[in-house]
Design a protein around this ligand. Structure first.
Ligand code: CU
Length: 224
């Protein structure tokens, strides 16, 4: 009996350590922090896996997380090009690694878009010295020059904390309608999956014995 109880306790601990990750779940724009999942697609994982990572470099889940290829009731927020936004997590990021922002323009309504078109990167938070940008929220701006239209706005944190095991992608996508934009079509672009390869130095690095001053965040470069 005692050993059974111990087994149950050990199993509970194991499940807890699996659930102890994090997810971008709240979007802020125009000074308003909206409820979780109002403008961000919610993944279709069971509750205990909701804030877990995606690790398959070839999976479409790399776009907007598991089940994130459909809107599933997510609303679309209207923002002006240049406006500031913030993604906030349930728990501050604590696995070492970079954070990147990407966008992909929907051919029509973003609510109907699966993210299968080209993606461009709008920002990277890389390491500073030997420390990584581990935060509870990340703030940036919609680029001023991009064309009006509806976009998936994607944030990705790449957990590089376990060299030898597959790096972990923590991903969420917001649905944004951009107005007052320009007429620059950003490049370079890359498909997702495909933007990051297993041979990319910034992906397969052992962060504990590398010179992080030379670190290059994987994915397409941010357009000038
Ligand atoms: Cu984790």
């Amino acid at each position: 009996m005692k050993s059974l109880l111990h087994l149950a306790a050990a199993t509970a601990l194991a499940v807890n350590s699996v659930t102890a990750h994090y997810i971008f779940q709240q979007f802020t724009a125009g000074g308003t922090k909206y409820p979780p999942w109002k403008y961000i697609r919610r993944n279709t994982n069971p509750a205990w896996l909701q804030n877990g990572p995606v690790t398959d470099l070839a999976s479409n889940d790399l776009r907007c997380n598991v089940g994130g290829g459909v809107s599933n009731g997510t609303e679309t927020i209207t923002m002006k090009a240049g406006d500031e936004f913030t993604f906030t997590l349930d728990t501050a990021v604590y696995h070492a690694g970079p954070v990147s922002l990407y966008m992909s323009r929907a051919p029509g309504a973003v609510a109907d878009y699966d993210g299968s078109g080209p993606w461009f990167k709008i920002y990277d938070w890389g390491p500073t010295g030997s420390s990584w940008p581990l935060r509870i929220s990340y703030t940036y701006n919609i680029p001023k020059c991009i064309p009006d239209g509806e976009y998936l706005l994607r944030i990705q944190q790449l957990g590089l904390h376990n060299p030898g095991a597959p790096p972990q992608f923590y991903i969420s996508c917001a649905q944004v309608k951009v107005t007052n934009g320009g007429n620059t079509t950003p490049s370079p672009t890359a498909p997702i999956p495909g933007a990051i390869k297993s041979t990319d130095p910034g992906y397969n690095i052992n962060i504990y014995n590398a010179n992080l001053n030379n670190y290059v965040v994987p994915g397409p470069r941010v357009p000038k």
